[in-house]
Design a protein around this ligand. Sequence first.
Ligand code: SAH
Length: 254
Amino acid sequence: MTLKSTQSPTHPCGFVSLVGAGPGDPDLLTVKALRLIQNAEVVVYDRLVSDEIMALVNSEAERIYVGKRLNHHCVAQDQINQVLVEQAQQNKQVVRLKGGDPFIFGRGGEELEKLASEHIPFEVVPGITAAAGCTAYAGIPLTHRDHAQSVHFITGHLKKEGMDIDWASLSKGNTTLVFYMGLKESPNIQQKLISAGLCQQTSIAIIERGTTSQQRVLTGELSQLSSLAKQAVSPSLIVVGSVTSLHSQLSWFR
Ligand code: SAH
C-alpha cells in the first residue's frame, strides 16, 4: 500500500509521486514505478538513478537533474523541495525518482513534509533499498540462522547526520551491519567497531555499484576495512558480519 496525502489542494495543482528506483538494475523497478515513469510529465531525479532506468522514462517528459552540479556541490535540499512544489503547482504529474527506497537514507520524508505543508497531494512508491538489492546480487543473505539474527542499516555520514551511533550495541555479534555512504568514514567505522569489542577478524564485504553490470565485491576482515575502502568507488555499500563469508559460496551474479 502506498501513502496518499488526504489534504485537498488550495489551488489547482498536480501530483507528486515519490518513487524508489531500486539500486541500479532496471529489472528491479517495481511495476508501479515503471508505470509512473512512463506516464510522468516531469521527472526530478538524482545521481543514483541509473542511465538504464532513465532510458525507460516517458520520452516526452521534462527531466530535471538535481544530483551533483558541475562544481560538485549537491543541489540544496530546500531547492529540490522548491522544484517539486513549483512543478506540482503548474498542474503537472511529477515523479520524484530516487535511488533505492525513498525512505531509507533518501530524505524522502523531508520532501513530503514540504509538499504536505503546501497542500500538494502525493504518494510514495517504495523501492528496493541498496542493502537488500546489492547483498542479494552478491550472494550475501542479510540474515541466516547460523550467522545473524538481526540487521542494522546505518549511515556512514556520521558527522553530517549529527547523532551519535551506539557502537556498543552494534558490536555484539550475531548481527549484520550495513553502512550506507560509508567509504570516506571507513577508518572511523573500523576503529569504533573494534574499540567497542567487535572481533578484528569479523568478515566484511564492500559491494560496489551493486546490481549493475559493473558490480564488484571486495571481501576481507574488519581490520582491512579502511584499506579495502580505498580501492572502492561510489556508490558502495559496506557490510560487516559473518554472513559476508557466504559470498564465495553463494555468489551468482556476473
Ligand atoms: N535511498 C537509497 C540510499 C541513498 S544513500 C537506498 O535505499 O538504497 C546513498 C548510498 O546508498 C550510497 O553511498 C551507497 O552506500 C548506497 N548505494 C546506493 N546504491 C548502491 C549501489 N548500486 N551499490 C552500492 N551501494 C549503493
